[in-house]
Design a protein around this ligand. Structure first.
Ligand SMILES: [Zn+2]
Length: 114
């Protein structure tokens, strides 16, 4: 009896979060695209993964992973998106300030040199 239940659970089909192919409910990895399922979702789709990517790598491009993530809730996605956009604008603003300083330094040096 217990074997039958287990068999039913294992054969229950559910769509892969990444490619949409039907896979077994008990499968840890998709048979079609190979993406981890459930607890084995790749790290870049988890909360800390998105944060790490934003801060140390791709910046706003982490939104791609964020919105494809099967483990982060819709509400959390909106919150993360707002935070990532704010951070991006802040960084761009800082870079612009640096650029203006650089330009000012250059023209200052030019005047001194001539
Ligand atoms: Zn898949």
């Amino acid at each position: 009896m217990a074997d039958t239940v287990e068999l039913l659970n294992a054969s229950a089909q559910c769509p892969c979060w990444s490619c949409g192919a039907m896979i077994g409910g008990a499968d840890s990895y998709c048979r079609n695209c190979g993406k981890g399922q459930g607890a084995r979702v790749p790290w870049q789709y988890k909360h800390w993964g998105v944060i790490v990517i934003t801060l140390f790598g791709l910046g706003p491009f982490s939104l791609f992973f964020l919105w494809r993530s099967p483990v982060i809730s819709r509400t959390a996605k909106f919150v993360y998106t707002a935070l990532i956009m704010a951070l991006t604008f802040w960084v761009l603003g800082s870079l612009r300030q640096l650029w203006l300083l650089y330009q000012a330094a250059l023209s200052g040096a030019g005047i001194l040199g001539s």
